[in-house]
Design a protein around this ligand. Structure first.
Ligand code: HEC
Ligand code: HEC
Length: 365
């Protein structure tokens, strides 16, 4: 045991290299071992010094957080600084926050996002909401962890266009970052801790303070007005539409990939890009609908501008692509009337969380 601790000690390396250790008297050995213990504990203590406990909303399960990236205040603060820093783009003009704005549920309001040199990315930006409960990122779900996800926007030529090594070099040249990485991860800036820090910040972006949560999870029957209640019933239980068969659960998504009948020929084949399966052509991640009133335009290509257009799309039953879900269809003679459509839109507005979009903890000081 004592050998194990001494082995970890820099003092041990120093002493053993001098081959003096065996010759030392007992009190010096004890002293060395004690300083080693203190050193080890303080190193560990610094890193996990202030664990951050996520405030899990009512009705939500515990999220998955990787063991090697437990949340601490230092990691979240570092991740937030990085999220807002244009240093992470090739020409220092774009940060994560350029395309993920808090006031818009961390989207950018554009049909397709623009990165460095006004280059246009090939998809509509996604909201960053309750990501701690997701395990497949991007519209095609091609990336399984929040840590790995950072790599794509950082290096993509249409987003931040910065090679990882260059990002790491820039961070190492900055004495403030060097200090913050030491404090958070006990290391100089490197790729792994860069990804981990940003993922830690992203895990804190929790939204659950809405009328919907008040009604559904907190059981307040007065949370909805009449139109919202009718919209809620149509959305989840109506025989006219089956929104709730895909948009269900804490984030209004069943986390599956579906073709909701936007096109006959998809120029972006979505999930097929990842799996290469014919049956995945035109399938995209069922997106969360939290804060949906703030995240227009809609769909993977931003092709639908308003919630009314989205409802109209579903009300037509969509285009009959071979992979279109059977849940996107219209029953004969059961089309939504004008009031139904209004009620559905009212319900979608109950998913807006003002606390989330004004929370100061999500912005730099
Ligand atoms: C140029 C605009 C742009 C920048 C800069 C950008 N993003 Fe994104 N983000 C997008 C787009 C577009 C998507 C959807 C991409 C796709 O599906 O292929 C996306 C998707 C995501 C997702 C997936 C969300 C989900 O539910 O699957 C996360 C997480 C994310 N971005 C985080 C970040 C982080 C962290 C950074 C900074 C390192 C960043 N983004 C920088 C535009 C951007
Ligand atoms: C078969 C599953 C399914 C059903 C049923 C369904 N959706 Fe969707 N929904 C999706 C998928 C998949 C997407 C993303 C499609 C894309 O981008 O190509 C989506 C996208 C959306 C969007 C845009 C989200 C964004 O961030 O851009 C809204 C709003 C929406 N659906 C609302 C509804 C409503 C309202 C209903 C009921 C009338 C409904 N959905 C029924 C699967 C479904």
């Amino acid at each position: 045991m004592s050998e194990h601790i001494a082995f970890l000690s820099p003092a041990y390396f120093f002493v053993s290299s001098q081959t003096l250790y065996e010759d030392m008297n007992l009190s010096i050995r004890v002293f060395l071992i004690l300083t080693s213990v203190l050193f080890c504990c303080s190193a560990v203590y610094n890193i996990t010094e202030k664990p951050y406990v996520l405030n899990i909303p009512e009705g939500f399960p515990q999220p998955y957080i990787p063991e090697d990236n437990a949340l601490t205040y230092a990691r979240i603060e570092l991740g937030k600084k990085l999220f807002y820093d244009t240093l992470l783009s090739s020409d220092r003009s774009v940060s994560c926050s350029s395309c993920h704005l808090q006031t818009m549920g961390f989207t950018d309001g554009k049909t397709l996002s623009t990165g460095v040199n006004q280059r246009v990315s090939d998809r509509n930006g996604m909201p960053l909401i309750n990501l701690a409960w997701s395990n497949a990122f991007f519209w095609d779900g091609g990336v399984p962890s929040l840590e790995l996800q950072v790599l794509k926007p950082l290096t993509s030529p249409n987003e931040m266009n910065l090679p990882v090594q260059e990002a790491v070099n820039r961070l190492n040249a900055d004495h403030v970052y060097k200090k913050l990485f030491k404090k958070a991860y006990g290391t100089n800036p490197d790729a792994a801790s860069l990804f981990k820090a940003i993922a830690s910040f992203e895990r804190t972006l929790i939204s659950a303070d809405t009328k919907f949560d008040a009604y559904f999870y907190k059981k307040d029957p007065a949370a909805f007005n009449e139109s919202e209640l009718r919209g809620y019933k149509l959305f989840f239980g109506g025989d006219k539409v089956h929104c709730g068969s895909c948009h269900s659960g804490i984030n209004l998504t069943n986390n599956s990939f579906q073709n909701n009948g936007l096109y006959m020929e998809y120029s972006d084949q979505g999930r097929y890009r990842i799996t290469g399966k014919e049956s995945d052509k035109g399938k995209f991640k069922v997106p969360t609908l939290r804060n949906i009133a703030l995240t227009a335009p809609y769909m993977h290509d931003g092709s639908l501008k308003t919630l009314e257009e989205v409802i109209d799309h579903y009300n037509t039953g969509g285009i009959s692509h071979p992979n279109k879900s059977e849940h996107v269809h219209i029953h004969k003679g059961m089309k939504l009337n004008t009031q139904d459509k209004k009620d559905l839109v009212s319900f979608l507005h109950t998913l807006t969380d003002m606390t989330f979009i004004t929370n100061k903890a999500f912005r730099p000081e």
